[in-house]
Design a protein around this ligand. Structure first.
Ligand SMILES: [Zn+2]
Ligand SMILES: [Zn+2]
Length: 199
């Protein structure tokens, strides 16, 4: 990794550390910053486009159905970015020309139900501890009656934690659409769409 990127990452970490100590913004402001954080910060651009660009997917694994522009993030777009978050992906995946969703690390992570079962237990304990210490993780946890939904939720959280080393409702990062699609094929939902999850 070039030193400049490392320095930038350290600066980002310091900034986040300081931000932690500041007071939390009101919910609407948080929601807005989360939305822009996801797409713009991941891809290093100023605004989410109004419409999904026609040639947005180059990996051929992203969904062909209509999805909101802020969720239309192909792994190829991440590969072409040099943001801190894109760098996280590069560190996790390494040199790989194929679609991220087909990488063995991702495939094993989303297919291995035993590992996901263990992750759900550990993650559930962590979330409970956070709640006991002051309720700073205001999400539902694994209270799903639908087992498939639980696995999808676990996949999104596990990927975000492993790739970006982040967790918490205010730190979620959009999972690339091709990986979301792979997860949804493995653990289908009857409901319309759950693309992102707060981690
Ligand atoms: Zn794609
Ligand atoms: Zn892809």
């Amino acid at each position: 990794m070039p030193p400049s990127r490392r320095t930038a990452r350290q600066a980002l970490n310091n900034k986040e550390g300081n931000a932690e100590e500041q007071q939390r913004p009101p919910p609407e402001k948080r929601k807005k910053s989360i939305d822009s954080y996801n797409y713009c910060t991941l891809l290093g651009i100023d605004a989410v486009p109004e419409n999904v660009p026609t040639t947005w997917c180059k990996c051929h694994e992203c969904p062909t159905r209509e999805i909101p522009p802020k969720d239309a993030i192909c792994c190829s777009m991440i590969r072409e970015s040099d943001t801190e978050l894109a760098e996280n992906w590069f560190s996790f995946i390494g040199e790989f020309k194929g679609c991220y969703a087909t990488h063995p690390k991702i495939q094993n992570l989303i297919k291995n139900k035993e590992e996901l079962d263990s992750f759900m237990i550990i993650d559930g304990i962590r979330k409970m501890q956070i709640a006991e210490e002051g309720g700073r993780d205001p999400i539902r946890g694994y209270c799903f009656t639908d087992r498939q939904a639980g696995y999808r939720f676990a996949c999104y959280r596990k990927i975000t934690m492993l790739v970006h080393q982040r967790f918490g409702a205010e730190n979620y990062v959009t999972t690339p659409a091709c990986i979301v699609e792979a997860i949804r094929k493995l653990y289908p939902s009857n409901q319309c769409v759950v693309r992102n999850v707060e981690v």
